[in-house]
Every structure is written in C-alpha cells, then in structure tokens.
Design a protein around this ligand. Sequence first.
Ligand SMILES: [Zn+2]
Ligand SMILES: [Zn+2]
Length: 293
Amino acid sequence: MTTAMHVYGRKHQQGWNTVTAIAMAVFHILAVAAFFFIDTGAIMAAVVLYFVAGMLGIGMGYHRLLTHRSYKTHKWLEYVLTFCATLALQGGPIFWVATHRVHHQKSDRDGDPHSPREGFWWGHMGWILTGQGLHRDASVLNRYAPDLSRDPVLVWFSTYHWVSNVLVGLALLAFGGIPYVLWGIFFRTTFGLHCTWLVNSAAHTWGYRRFDTREGSTNNWWVAAISFGEGWHNNHHAHPTSARHGLAWYEYDLNWIAISTLRALGLAWGINVAKVRSAMNEDILLPDEEAVA
Ligand SMILES: [Zn+2]
Ligand SMILES: [Zn+2]
C-alpha cells in the first residue's frame, strides 16, 4: 500500500470505481427523468432537502465544522449536521473530511484529489469515478481524519452514509409516490453534487483572486449562489479556519448567516473569523472579539 498522499491525483488513480460510476449514471438518468414528472409538491420537497443537505450538511457540517473546526457546537448538533450531510450523497464524514484536508494540503499540485489543472472535467467529477478502493480505504483515510476516527458515531455514519437517503426516499415514496422520489432524491442529489463539484472546478478556474494564494482558487459569485457561500473559495484557501467565507458585504454567504444564527441561539461558540480588514482597502468585515488571523 502506498501512502495516501501518493494515491490521489489523476495519474495515480488507476481503474474505474465501478460502484460509484454505475451509481452516478443511474442518478443522472433518473434526475433527467424527473422532468417528465413535474409536481409542485415534489419540487418543494427537493428544495427543502437541497438546503438541508447542502447548507446544514455539507457547508456547515462536513466543511466548516468537521474539516476546519471553524466553530464549536454541541456534540448532538454535530451529529445532526453530519446526518444532514450524508443526504448529499458525497460519502461519509471520514472520506469527505480526509479528501478535503488533502486538497488543502496539496491544492493544485501533485497529490490534489481534484485539481482542474489536470483537466476541468477531471477536477469536476472525473476524480470520483476512478481509483479502485480509494474512497473507502479506512486505513488511508483515517490518517487524515484521526479526530473523526476516534468518534464511534462518526465512524458509523462513515460506513452507513447511504442509509439516510434510503430512509428519506422511502418516506417520500410513501408520502407522494414516484415524483417525490425522482425530485427529492435523484434530481436533488445530482444537482447538489454538481454544486459542490463546481467549487472544485469552477472556483479553481473562473473568478477573482483577492488573495495571492499558492493555488489557483477563485471567488466565484455564481458558484457561491448555488453552494450557500462555498464559492468564495479564494477567501477560504487564504483563511481556511474562518467560519466566514464571504468577506465583503457583496459576498453573500448563507452558511455564515446560518452559523451566526446558531450563535444567536446559543448553539455555536468559539467562532473563528478571518481578520483581514487591515490588509485591504475596501468595505470588508469587522472581525469580532473571537477573531483569529
Ligand atoms: Zn480548493
Ligand atoms: Zn476547506
């Protein structure tokens, strides 16, 4: 077994990841099929689940809490956010966090799991389709997420990350039938996957660079709009532990607004916020008393 840092990247990931490739083909076909079953209630269910999985789950849970620990919260709420994230069909918490930490360590260099410098479509979704066993090898992944591997609940979620969509899918089937499943599961997860993948592809390709970081990350407004603020990706690479990614007033960051709401409710504390005002000559955020560099 080679070390994890050498198995990521286009030239290192050999062979088809058959299960993932078949699943992706099926999900894309059924996402298109949803358009033949237009149903207002089903589309509303998909919108709600898109916010639950993408904002509460991926943005606030997997990314800003579990990967970067940019704020603190109760353990029970961490598990709730993790459950929401599994609904995004982006794997369990240990896989997601480990992969993303490698991305920050190797950004746009050899060993980056999904750099668009190895091809735009590779960085977008090609990277999840190849590399046999790459996504499930716990011994490799644990090295990058030892903090998560010590938590039996997060280990459980990592093994059974697909269960949440089965349960929600059955509930949707019972409540509204086939249209609800097509929109609420297949269209919603497929659309959400592309939103996250665009952070890796488009927000490393198009947009403006406020910070002269070593990788090619960009701030991209339309990626931010569909990913709840994750598209302010150049800000994020420059200040990875900041819970706030949109740093100027015009950088709309819904995940940050939601984390601020948790703080107002007494459910989030110890929040890191990028202290960047002195480095810039524009209308930028005021760091609060908990701010870090
Ligand atoms: Zn990045
Ligand atoms: Zn990150």
